[in-house]
Write a protein that binds this ligand. Sequence first.
Ligand SMILES: Nc1nc2c(ncn2[C@@H]2O[C@H](COP(=O)(O)OP(=O)(O)OP(=O)(O)O)[C@@H](O)[C@H]2O)c(=O)[nH]1
Ligand SMILES: [Mg+2]
Length: 356
Amino acid sequence: CIIEGARLARPGEFTQRAFLKGKLDLAQAESVADLIVAGTRAAQRTALQGLKGGFSAELSVLREQLLQFSALLELELDFSQEDVEFADREKLTALLQQLERSTFSLLESFKLGNAIRNGIAVAIIGKPNAGKSTLLNSLLNENRALVSDIPGTTRDTIEEVLNIEGILFRLIDTAGLRSQTTDVIESAGMERSIEKMRSADLVLYVFDCTQPLEEVIAWQQQAKIEGLNFLLVANKSDLLNGSLQQSDDPALNDAIMIAAKTGQHIKQLTDAMIAKVLTGGLDTEHTIVTNARHFQALQEVHKALLDARHGLAAQLPGDLLALEIRRCLQYLGEITGEITNEDQLDFIFSKFCIGK
Ligand SMILES: Nc1nc2c(ncn2[C@@H]2O[C@H](COP(=O)(O)OP(=O)(O)OP(=O)(O)O)[C@@H](O)[C@H]2O)c(=O)[nH]1
Ligand SMILES: [Mg+2]
């Protein structure tokens, strides 16, 4: 065929043609690329959702409404001598606020979308000897981390990925937290533990349920203040019969009782981990932004919307207001591909593999 003049398709060429012919918009075309690299079922699901155009549809509606206002504002400019107002300022303010809310929730969804693509970071935190490394091993079903009855066994973080029911988790075993240590390496390890705890999507706070529980309650209060997404994991339940010791505190009602060493109730824990993640809206029909380019454009949209609304409040003249609104439209259009330049398109489609 090649002698006859045929050539191999360029990366993304077929999808690019579908876009240029108007069969897919840009956000949908990019979902094709996301689908190709999706490593888990959850990632595939969000990519498919993008392909169906939910994301684009949501933005298109908003963009259309804004276009109408923009047209009215531009019309005012034609009659600038006569001091007329075609665009109802109050309605425009309301629309801008609605757009701000929509873009904000889309921006927020990026965090979840990103987690789905790259795995949900789960930090396993707790005092030395609580059984964190034993839990990591039990979740992975292998002896990955060193376990011993000497407190301070884990000195640095250990990271492993685990696919639970199609959702990718990045499990991070950390060095145990103790209130005081004179060991330099151990205290450096603890600093890293705290860092991991703060940056994780989900924190598993593991404690030995045969020990006094005051510290657990204190940790929980602090975690709530810091706004952490966490689960309390009461470990070593095989050493108890029945309920938590001194657990008349209702604060610990939600703790999940497990025995990491024997693998008891690990399924209950993984179910709770999935439930924690799903509350972010993974299974709902909500649109999730997974694409970094969309995220950046949405940030610009959000900034432009704020400027426009502040301009309105400050009774900015119509021509300046029209400029701000055009900026919003520009960035919204960049996401769905209504406004693009050649270079940007080539860059986007070059990330595809050949034959797509
Ligand atoms: N009985 C019982 N012992 C457990 C359980 N989980 C862990 N252990 C024991 O507790 C000790 C400490 O376990 P590790 O997993 O090393 O604890 P860690 O939290 O990682 O400790 P550091 O790395 O020192 O912070 C070991 O002797 C484990 O065998 C459990 O569910 N039941
Ligand atoms: Mg350990």
